[in-house]
Design a protein around this ligand. Structure first.
Ligand code: DGJ
Length: 746
């Protein structure tokens, strides 16, 4: 049993394979945090881990008269509140009818469960068999408010994961206004960590950022209504000198797609308080008698073997116990998407020609992107009018899909269901369906507004339109796009008391809609997208097992984007395509083999006009696609290791290895050429020391131990700038990418 209880001392010890998480009931009935870190054995008492300052605390405040040691500002806590002697970032802040913000939620009871309950209305990790995880529910009660908080802790013992979430129930007579209700707070005894997070912007999402923790509050957040490309709902604390392969790491990932807050407060005792949840900024939730409010889930991963081990833990859990549905474990099709090939200018003939060319190369699926519905010839119009444009596609979508099917391709379609263009029939009929504050400007984003998904009739309309198309046309893939952030957040459907709820209600509405659509059409593979990676988060992954990582398809930029994304998200979720050169986002010209060598480490496809390839290119691409298909399971489901970081150096390397350690693909990339370079070697990871590996195409067999310790020495013809008799002419110069397949000999 991975959860130990000490009834007498009221201590709770959660144990995963490699980590321990211990907390206790404090003298005042609130919860105190005792330990989170590498697994330790269960002991009779952990009371001594509750450290309090040695010196009398000068200007501190104390709840118990005569006791100058017990001050909450000096005690590590589990779910701290404001106003009762702690001055750090609280987990909750509630305004009550009498104007009070003071609460006193104290321990009431606990419950142990096998498995893991779902969270009402929110995505969360799950179990398939109840033995996979154990859950502890701690109930706290505030007598005066007659309200309760359930803190839910789930231990996935074997997966090495602990999850947390919180729920508040108003059983009292008065309304409670929730100003802040975070998912988790974790107090760590030291602040000797670097805080690492994934930041960016459109076309440079999820770049790895590091900063040393300093006294005060440091946080990332989103106020954009999406989780955002600026900051991902994820942060890491890592001990000094931590690398990809060694060192102590704590990962915190929030399963949520809207405004979030994630940060660390370092106090005057140099303890570090991690806090994470829905962003309290611009948030106020009116909780009436009998109602509950559920905060999203935080997934915590501890690793003492560096960042790779943390990421691999997230990958496994998110691939198998967050993503759902028929496509979760299936190998994903190689697709071709027409967006960068045609943008809005296409007709049936052009699309079929691209499909034909793709089919000849080995592609499985044709995806028709934006521009297929009535009037949509540019991005200023028609969102919401989900009816096929017969002037572009006179035979309709059904016929088009069947033409692709006849050619042996399946057919996929783009939607942007959450949006409405001012120039649309839908807007003429329902101008009030837009998120807005009456009497205020309605800001555009890409010339469009956001539909008010807090309203059931709006969600029903979207469901009905999307479902009508999915039911009448043979569609096996949907790209679900979302291309702007939220502004002037408000809804005419809700009274003034509820306006602070709208951003979160939108996300709840979105989740409900996604649930209906994805479970209603289980055979469809859904890929989420938000101007590329503006909503690449675990919440979306619950409904859609893959996401378009970025609108930036340049392979060199993708090295950083995919490297950063892989901190949390599995390769099976990272949409990655080969596109045309010069690249449309950065104008760079990168060799075809490099474009393939980068995009194959993701859910792979093409995003270009396949009719334009030369005969020579076609032959190469046929081999590339055949290689990808042969190795698709390994590339989508294998264990991924980052070896050399684009954020630290000019050379980048990563690899994927099968569970049985028999198959490996190593990718190596040199961003700028080095004249007269030294010998390069890369040490592989995770191989079997008992096995010998054949390096395909090199007539070379080396031991797993040698490959991991002495390393793999890169063939010299690859790394230089000068062409010689031995040179592979393709591989000279800037932007080189190569890959090798290794197979264990039996
Ligand atoms: C933004 C997406 O990220 C692109 O891939 C493309 O689908 C466009 N939207 C279409 O408008």
């Amino acid at each position: 049993m991975p959860i130990h209880l000490n009834e007498e001392l009221k201590q709770f010890h959660l144990q995963s394979k490699d980590s321990s998480y211990i907390f206790t009931v404090l003298r005042n009935g609130q919860l105190g945090q005792l330990y989170y870190g590498k697994r330790i054995e269960q002991a009779e008492s952990f009371s001594h881990l509750l450290v309090i300052p040695n010196e009398p605390i000068g200007n501190a405040t104390f709840p118990f008269e005569g006791d100058d040691t017990f001050s909450l500002e000096a005690i590590k806590q589990e779910f701290p509140s404001y106003g009762t002697t702690d001055f750090r970032e609280p987990a909750l802040h509630l305004w009550q009818e009498d104007g009070s913000r003071i609460t006193n939620f104290v321990y009431e009871s606990y419950k142990l469960m096998k498995g893991k309950p779902g969270l009402t209305g929110l995505p969360a990790t799950y179990v398939e068999h109840e033995d996979e995880a154990h859950t502890l529910c701690i109930t706290l009660k505030d007598e005066k408010l007659a309200s309760e908080i359930d803190l839910l802790y789930t231990v996935y013992e074997q997966e090495n994961v602990i999850t947390r979430s919180a729920q508040i129930r108003n059983n009292g007579k008065q309304d409670i206004n929730i100003e802040r209700f975070l998912s988790a707070v974790i107090d760590l005894p030291t602040s000797e960590y670097e805080m690492c997070h994934l930041d960016g912007a459109w076309i440079r999402e999820r770049h790895v950022t590091n900063r040393l923790l300093a006294r005060g509050v440091q946080y990332i957040d989103s106020k954009r209504g999406t989780s955002s490309s600026q900051h991902n709902p994820f942060l890491v604390l890592k001990a000094p000198h931590t690398t990809e392969h060694s060192g102590e790491v704590y990962g915190f990932s929030l399963i949520y797609s809207g405004n979030f807050l994630a940060g660390v407060e370092v106090d005057h005792y140099d303890t570090a308080r991690v806090f994470m949840g829905i962003n309290p900024f611009d948030f106020r939730w009116n909780l009436r008698q009998g109602q509950t409010f559920q905060a999203p889930e935080v997934v915590m991963v501890y690793s003492d073997e560096g960042l790779n081990k943390m990421s691999q833990t997230y990958h496994r859990l998110y691939r198998t116990r967050l993503a759902r549905g028929e496509w979760r474990d299936k190998e994903r099709p190689v697709l071709i998407n027409n967006w960068e090939a045609t943008y809005f200018q296409f007709n049936e003939e052009k699309l079929l020609a691209i499909g034909d060319a793709g089919k000849e190369l080995g592609i499985d699926l044709f995806v028709l992107d934006d521009g297929w519905f009535e009037g949509r010839n540019n991005d200023r119009t028609s969102l919401g009018d989900w009816f096929v444009d017969l002037s572009k596609l006179p035979n309709g979508l059904e016929k088009l899909a069947s033409e692709f099917n006849k050619r042996g391709l399946s057919f996929g379609l783009w939607f942007e269901p959450e949006m409405i263009s001012e120039k649309s029939k839908l807007y003429e009929m329902h101008p009030d369906w837009v998120l807005n504050m009456p009497g205020r400007l309605r800001s555009h984003g890409r010339h469009q507004f956001i539909l008010d998904l807090t309203r059931k009739e709006v969600r029903d309309y979207i469901y009905e339109r999307v479902a009508a198309i999915l039911s009448s046309t043979n569609i096996t893939y949907v790209k679900w796009d979302m291309n702007r952030n939220m502004t002037e957040i408000g809804s005419v459907a809700w009274g003034s008391k509820h306006q602070g709820e709208i951003a979160h209600r939108y996300i709840l509405g979105l989740y409900e809609l996604l649930d209906r659509i994805t479970t209603g059409f289980p055979h469809v593979l859904f890929e989420s997208c938000a101007s590329g990676g503006n909503r690449f988060d675990p919440g979306m992954l619950y409904y859609m097992p893959q996401a378009w990582a970025s609108d930036n398809t340049d392979a060199i930029e993708r090295l950083k984007i995919q490297y950063g994304t892989s901190y949390v998200y599995p390769l099976s979720s990272i949409g990655a395509h080969v596109s045309a050169i010069p690249n449309h986002q950065v104008g760079r010209t990168v060799p075809l083999h490099t474009r393939f060598a980068v995009a194959m480490f993701g859910v792979f496809g093409y995003e270009l006009d396949a009719t334009k390839f030369t005969e020579e290119e076609k032959e190469i691409i046929k081999c590339d696609i055949a290689f990808y298909k042969e190795n698709r399971k390994l590339l989508q489901q294998g264990t991924f290791y980052r070896l050399k970081s684009p954020f630290e150096q000019n050379d980048v390397a990563w690899m994927v290895i099968s569970e049985d350690q028999n198959e490996v693909i190593l990718g190596y990339y040199r961003i700028l050429a080095k004249p007269n370079p030294g010998f390069e070697r890369v040490r592989l990871k995770g191989l079997s020391t008992d096995k010998k590996y054949e390096i395909k195409g090199m007539n070379l067999t080396l031991g797993g131990d040698e490959l991991m310790n002495a390393g793999f020495i890169l063939p010299p013809f690859y790394t230089g700038t000068v062409q010689t008799a031995k040179t592979n002419k393709e591989a000279v110069g800037d932007f080189q990418g190569m890959y090798w397949k290794l197979e264990a000999l039996n």
